[in-house]
Design a protein around this ligand. Sequence first.
Ligand code: ZN
Ligand code: FE
Length: 255
Amino acid sequence: MAAEIRLFPCLDDNFGYLIHDPVSKATAAIDAPEAGPIIAALDKEGWTLTDILVTHHHGDHVGGIAELKQKYTCRVVAPHDKKAEIKQVDVRVKEGDRVMVGGLTARVIETPGHTLDHITYVFDDDKAVFSADALFSIGCGRVFEGSYPMMWDSLLKLRALPDNFKVYCGHEYTASNVKFALGIEPDNAALKARAAEVSKLRADGKPTIPVTIGDEKKANTFLRADVASVAEAVGLAGKSAAEVFGELRERKNKG
Ligand code: ZN
Ligand code: FE
C-alpha cells in the first residue's frame, strides 16, 4: 500500500510533513520545526508518531524534537555531523543508508552546502523526495556552511532523480523564487507556466508544494546553471556551472 503524506504550515514559512504507512501504522515527521502543528496533524488523522527524520541542524527544523520525543518516545534519525548539534538522536545516517518507517523505506542522500550535515530523504517506492533546505521549488537554500561547488554537486544529485518523483521542500519560498528566476530567464516557458500556477495557488491560500523533479529541471533556474543561456544571462558565458550557480545564489542573496 502506498504511503500517505500530509503537508501543513509550521512557524512563519516552514512546511511540516508526515509520512504514514497504512499497513504498519508507523508515521514519521520529516523535521520538527515546532511540536504544536505536528501534534495537531497527527491527532487529525488518529496517527501516532514513531519517527522523526531530521535533515539538518537548523533550529527551524529541530525545534520541536524535545517535546515530540517526550510525548511519543519516537525514534530520532539525523545526519552524521561531527559537532553533534542535534540533540536526542537515536540513529545517525549517511549517504546510501536506508531508514525504515514501518514498511516504508527512505534512502539517504547527502546534500551538503546549506549546512555541512544536510541530508535528503528519498522514498523511492513512493516517489517522494524530502529535500528540506537543499532544493526549493524554483530555488535552493542559501549556502551557509559549504561552498558553491559543493551545493551545486548536491543539486546535481537531486536533479538526477526520476522526473516523476515529487519534491517536498522545507519552506514556502516559491513566489519569491519565481520572481527572482523570471529576472534571469524571462523567456523560459516552463518557468512562466509555473509562475502562473504559483500565483493562482497563493491567491487561493494553497501551498505550492509538491512539485515534480521533471518540472523543476525545466523551470528552476538554480538547477539550470549548466545551461548556456543561463550562464549568458549572468554574464558568465563559458564559465563552469558551479561558478554560474554561485553567481545566481549571490544575486538572490542580495535580492
Ligand atoms: Zn536550514
Ligand atoms: Fe529552514
